[in-house]
Ligand binder design. Structure first.
Ligand SMILES: C[S@@+](CC[C@H](N)C(=O)[O-])C[C@H]1O[C@@H](n2cnc3c(N)ncnc32)[C@H](O)[C@@H]1O
Length: 486
């Protein structure tokens, strides 16, 4: 244990080889200095007035934290709060020499964690605050509820395969269901509906069909459905629009599905549609001007620069592993997981798919606006959509490598929506429903209207050539996995 006087703290910040501040000592020191509720937690009424929030200290910390993983100070405070609440009071007291604390000069202690522990914690922090933002809530003109036809079509196209898969592969005996039971389903990354309600209803009907096929009376079965999304999702809209005639008990579960969300062996079916391509964060090297993977000139992984694809792909694999590990614990042995995900045909750059082309178009509008001085070029250089669509073969290899699940079924199909719709307004509202949150977070609230207005005007002018372009269809995949029994 090291004892440090408060005055020494800022100059002492260690840097790693890449020059970034080392996480753990900084985080702990930062927690102790910056957390607004700390005095409340520890009843340090006077310490709060001690100048913890003296503008100079705040500015110093803001500068340090701003450089740290590119997180703004307010975001850093959220991480700090979460870190503190996990530590608990006793552990925090242990970090501070409580007895020697005085309102004007108190001492701090922190443990010298090993590099490995620091790395582990850094990883955990990543999952506390996913760098993805939920869809637009409510039921306004740009809401996800009104602009998610693409995603709904995927659920609709998969219905028959989902039913067949459940009827063929769900083994009610091995799940221990004999006469009556509570069947638990979770939809992860559900957003606000209505798609999640349709997907859940399809699953329930398939389970009932299976139950009947085994000469059991489905009325003895009760369903409980968990709707999960990030805690900033508009759960109010989700709850308000729950189907009034539903025959299940509904619950909302806030939090990132990269972490554990449910008790061990408590779920029978997990469903996750059009969601896993959202990354928990933008890989650091993508926005690092010194890295060969710096993605200057593009706002997404367009598939042309090898280093950029590798960085995105590595982040995706990392995120998928956390997802699989958490679900392996939560699903009962023999339980099923249904994943719907869009993949890119092997060897095709993402820009040569319909969605990729749209992201390029949004990017070109932003670069126009930067040239006209309407948005900051520097800000634009660090703006990337936090999503990655894996190649088909890449995704297949990833799920085959997982030891906890067996692939029971894998179906490919194409989403017909783009061949059916030609309205620029349709596409621009869909884009806004999905990315308004990211744009607001990155550029600021006041830029949302100008950016999306400029984009929709330009799209109107160019929709003909966009729809006529020679592009590849993405491969939509339904993957049915079974939790191994060992
Ligand atoms: C395109 S929407 C899909 C919504 C719905 N599944 C559907 O098919 O319409 C993706 C959703 O995933 C959520 N999401 C992204 N990352 C997540 C995470 N780590 N944990 C939970 N939800 C997440 C987003 O907030 C968003 O609501």
């Amino acid at each position: 244990m090291t004892v440090i006087a408060k005055q020494k703290i800022l100059p002492e910040c260690k840097k790693n080889a890449a020059g970034a501040p080392v996480l753990l000592p900084w985080l702990i020191k930062g927690c102790l200095l910056a957390h607004k509720d700390l005095p409340k937690i520890l009843h340090f009424d006077k310490a709060y007035d001690d100048g913890i929030f003296n503008p100079f200290w705040r500015m110093q910390m803001e500068r340090k934290f701003f450089n740290f993983h590119g997180l703004p100070f307010s975001t850093m405070l959220t991480v700090i709060s979460s870190f503190l609440s996990r530590l608990g009071r006793a552990a925090i007291e242990d970090l501070i020499d409580v007895k020697n604390s005085s309102p004007f000069h108190y001492k701090l202690r922190f443990s010298d964690a090993s590099e490995c522990e620091q790395e582990k914690m850094a990883k955990e922090e990543t999952y506390i605050l996913p760098k993805s933002y939920p869809m637009v809530g409510g039921d306004g003109p740009y809401s996800y509820a009104k602009n998610s036809v693409f995603q709904k079509t995927i659920v609709d196209c998969a219905k028959e395969m989902v039913t067949e898969g459940i009827v063929e592969k769900l083994d009610l005996q091995s799940l221990g269901f004999k006469n009556s039971c509570t069947f638990r389903i979770a939809d992860l990354g559900c957003s606000v509906g209505p798609n999640t309600f349709i997907a859940v209803q399809n699953i329930i009907e398939a389970v009932e069909q299976k139950y009947q096929a085994e000469n059991k009376n489905p009325s003895t079965m009760e369903f409980q459905v968990f709707f999960n999304d990030l805690d900033i999702n508009d759960f109010n809209t989700l709850f308000k629009t729950l189907p009034p005639d539903r025959e299940y008990f509904a619950a909302g579960v806030p939090g990132s599905f990269r972490n554990r969300l449910f008790p061990k062996s408590s779920l029978h079916i997990v469903h996750c549609s059009t969601t896993l391509h959202w990354l928990s964060k933008i890989p650091d090297e993508i926005v690092d001007s010194k890295s060969p993977a710096w993605n200057k000139g593009s706002i997404h992984c367009n598939g042309f620069a090898k280093e950029v694809v590798e960085a995105y792909s590595a982040q995706f694999k990392n995120d998928m592993n956390s997802f699989f590990n958490a679900r392996a614990k939560e699903l009962v042995p023999g339980g099923l997981m249904l994943i719907l995900i869009s993949t890119v045909p092997d060897g095709v750059p993402a820009s040569n798919t319909f969605e990729g082309m749209h992201y390029d178009f949004l990017g070109s509008c932003l670069y126009d606006m930067a040239k006209m001085g309407l948005i900051s070029e520097e800000k634009l250089d660090s703006f990337n959509l936090s999503l990655y669509f894996p190649f088909y073969g890449e995704f297949e290899a990833l799920i085959r490598r997982n030891e906890n699940f067996t692939i029971e079924r894998m179906d490919k199909f194409t989403n017909p929506t783009r061949k059916m719709v030609s309205s620029a307004e349709f596409y621009s509202s869909h884009m806004r429903a999905g990315f308004e949150g990211l744009v607001k977070e990155h550029f600021g609230d006041q830029f949302v209207e100008p950016i999306f207005n400029y984009y929709s005007t330009k799209l109107e002018e160019n929709i003909g050539s966009i729809l006529d372009a020679e592009i590849h269809d993405k491969i939509e995949l339904l993957v049915l996995l079974k939790r191994n029994t060992n």
